[in-house]
Design a protein around this ligand. Sequence first.
Ligand SMILES: [Zn+2]
Length: 104
Amino acid sequence: MSQDRKYCTSCGAQIAAKAIICPKCGVPVKNLTLTYLSQKNRIIAAILSLIFGIFGIQWFYLGRNKYGILSVIFFWTLIPFIISCLFGVKLLLMSDEDFNLLYC
Ligand SMILES: [Zn+2]
């Protein structure tokens, strides 16, 4: 096995060391998978916030479980809904750098 090859952790195929996804089985390669999964997506968070914000789904997604639970408890006040709408818009306007800094 030369320096620029590695084995896929899923199917065992020999793939390029720099490959992010195994071309044979389509499974993301291990080390990079962890970084990929831990990275939250700003647009997904914004959509969750705008659509399911009344139940605070975006807070659970962003790992802010305390806010999520508060949203579930107080959803009937419509306050979490208003906050989530504003938060969703804020997420859409914010840069990916700022988002990563705050939530990743
Ligand atoms: Zn594979």
